[in-house]
Design a protein around this ligand. Sequence first.
Ligand code: GLN
Length: 558
Amino acid sequence: MRLEIKIKSPTFAPEIFNRRMSSTTKYIFVTGGVTSSLGKGIISASLGKLLQARGFTVTIQKFDPYINIDPGTLNPYEHGECYVTDDGAETDLDLGHYERFLNVRTSQANNVTTGRIYNNVITKERKGEYLGKTVQVVPHITDEIKRNIFLLGETGKYDFIITEIGGSVGDIESLPFVEAVRQVRWDLGANNAMVIHLTLIPYLKAAKELKTKPTQHSVKELLSYGIQPDILVCRTEHPLSMEIRKKLALFCNVNLNSVIEAIDADTIYDVPLLMKKEKLDERVLAKLKMTTKHEPDLEQWKIFLGKLKNPLNEVTIGLVGKYVSLPDAYKSIAEAFIHAGSQNDCKVNLKWISSEDIHKDTVETIIGSLDAVLVAPGFGERGLEGKIEAIKYVREQKIPFLGICLGMQCAVVEFARNVLHLVDASTTELNPKTKHPVIDMMEEQKKITSKGGTMRLGSYDCKIKKGSKAHHIYGDTLIQERHRHRYEFNNKYLEQMEEAGLKGTGVNPESGLIEIVELKDHPWFVGVQFHPELKSTVLSPHPLFVKFVAAAMEYKGK
Ligand code: GLN
């Protein structure tokens, strides 16, 4: 019967449809309404966590409606941090939340933008694959969106695929995605695909009232595109009364128990438990006619939260960076400190420091009283000298230091200038004409002129020297970490640096590139060319961050 109906549909793509019907994967779409920044990523990750904790396999993907092929070319001020996956995809920071919550790796397939969809369609068109047809938003763009929606499901690895649709319903640019969701729901039927709509219930102080009208309008908008949400998740500052819930259920055509309260939480890591209390997972299972394996097992999660909320110690760590006015620019670093803090029973206060504020006269006042300093990744010359000045101070004062990517490169430059007395030493990113390019671009990189996806990206092996601090930290001699950079340690200077005390203790076995440096006569001074923060999760905090926080505690104790 469904087939008959679909044959009439101008958007029917039989091959996509048939493949779907043989799959047992259930699709959950998460849309947003009323305003952006409601936390669709956290709600998606929390639902994913609950389903996973019941023994299901889950992955989460994000569809972003902007035209960039990926966020790799975006300034961090636009969309926050660019998250990098093992396979070298430059992705939205929500993928970081998915990995941190689920402890499951994501890949390029988990993040698709409008730009990528159009790029694929236009490439096919140029190859003549549309056989003379007029290429249109419906069905060609929507079919390409659907093909991407189903890609991960086709692996057969997942019971549930949660798809977060970026932007808000009603935006011009997210329309093709919303239309694709409508079609998928129709293709698969209500037992196999469902829609959760996340909205805002604003509180009017003057009236002392929560207001449902914006949500009603947002659902109306969604209905006008042919989508009736199955569940409403309502962001609110105050608890939803039964009266409000009834009103929302009535006006938005959802069951009373499908109005889910998402009250503001102390930490994003509370949200899975809050969603469990509201029975979001139970509603999802009921709608998708799934019988649960067992109640969610959140024991480990609760231990993490218990330690996070009841710290026995406290340290203050400086994060020196260029984009500190937007903490989202360093999302994964901030989260890695939360994981590492909990592991150490220690509250980590992050002090965000703009590297441009640091110079000879201010360095002591700004970082003198900190328990440790992290110098952040970054691009371009602005603030670089401030980073170098900060590193000189922590090296001399023996304050624990972790340099990540550009932070590690600055540590190398600082060492070259102030210990090796190569006065002019620099990274060629800052000074292309330096006599001592201790950090330089690799030959292959020099030929590349186009910007997107052209850095050294994704997971690379790193061999660790036995007996080094890195060896002690990782407890291993072969690790994999993720990269995102163009410049590298210049091996011409390695011998000189090592003789003077800055050791290369992690090396990529294929290229010989230095991935980790550490200082000999210093309690804790480590620079890494890769991004450890990207692999830290709630259930598996990153050892570098765990040990760095421990070093800060020790330094403070002295
Ligand atoms: N700008 C530096 C490079 O491209 C560092 C990049 C980073 O910190 N992610 O090598």
